[in-house]
Design a protein around this ligand. Structure first.
Ligand SMILES: NC(=O)c1ccc[n+]([C@@H]2O[C@H](COP(=O)([O-])OP(=O)(O)OC[C@H]3O[C@@H](n4cnc5c(N)ncnc54)[C@H](OP(=O)(O)O)[C@@H]3O)[C@@H](O)[C@H]2O)c1
Length: 250
């Protein structure tokens, strides 16, 4: 077999990654560039976004700072994007809250970034014809959308359940334009997001013990799933949620 044979290559493709200033999105941007993609990276924190840009292999990458809970932020990002072969909608946040505090405002706060932002970004990108025929979209959902892996995770979990549902509707609709839509659904991954949950060292060890592979995920574990779903290797895969969770949900 020729050594150049690589159906997972992203050579010649242009990708947008949201949430690229930290954690899973940052690592996804770095891995996509290693596989040959030109990447548009976006996040709010300009200094961390610059760090991402500095870590990208190859030429032609672009950064766009934007708050994706604002219509102006999403509009400016979409405007700045060239025509894309791939879109990774990763920006999001966590929240652990007992039911008695889960009022409408808290739901709206989390749904704004975890659900409305990615679906609005995709709506505008497709409306403005910024996603190429044959392109691929990956939402970053969570096993928290289907499993009760932490008490008090109702708002976060329902925001991700909504996202996983949207994947199926959009995959069905965008198939007419040969655009594939999938999600990755990670278990707990070592990023700053899980540090906001405030588990004690002892609680964390007990939690890790629930994972058959006996560790939390690393951002690379998720980035590689994202890269697969963006590559030609997955060209007959659409409307699916790829669970990447060290066996937690077996
Ligand atoms: N870590 C896990 O265990 C885990 C598990 C399952 C799913 N996920 C999902 O993976 C995604 C990434 O999470 P992570 O763990 O990598 O967390 P992270 O390190 O905290 O990164 C979150 C990213 O989202 C961006 N973001 C947040 N609010 C934003 C806003 N209003 N506008 C634009 N960007 C915004 C952040 O940008 P700034 O920092 O620049 O503000 C940052 O780049 C999230 O959707 C999360 O739900 C994570």
């Amino acid at each position: 077999m020729a050594t150049s044979y690589n159906p997972f290559s992203l050579e010649g493709k242009t990708m947008l990654v949201t949430g690229a200033s930290s954690g899973i999105g940052q690592t996804a941007a770095v891995e996509l560039a290693k596989l040959g993609a030109k990447v548009v990276v976006t996040g709010r924190d300009v200094a961390r976004l610059q760090e991402t840009l500095d870590r990208l292999e190859g030429e032609g990458h672009v950064q766009v700072a934007a708050d994706l809970t604002s219509a102006d932020g999403i509009g400016a990002l979409v405007e700045a994007c060239p025509v894309l072969d791939g879109v990774v909608l990763c920006a999001g946040r966590g929240l652990l809250l007992p039911l008695q505090f889960c009022d409408g405002d808290k739901f709206r706060e989390v749904f704004d970034i975890n659900f409305f932002s990615p679906v609005e970004t995709l709506r505008l990108l497709t409306k403005k014809k910024k996603v190429q025929k044959g392109g691929a979209v990956v939402f970053v959902s969570s096993v928290g959308g289907t499993e009760i892996f932490a008490t008090g995770n109702a708002i976060y979990g329902t925001s991700k359940a909504a996202l996983s549902s949207a994947v199926r509707f959009y995959a069905n609709e965008l198939a007419a334009r040969k655009i594939r839509v999938n999600s990755v659904n990670p278990g707990r991954v070592n990023t700053k997001l899980i540090r906001s949950g405030k588990l004690s060292e002892e609680q964390e060890q007990a939690d890790i013990a629930k994972y058959p592979l006996k560790r939390y995920g690393e951002p690379e574990d998720i980035a590689h799933g994202i890269a697969y779903l963006l590559s030609d290797a997955s060209s007959w895969v659409t409307g699916q949620s790829l669970v990447i969770d060290g066996g937690l949900t077996i």
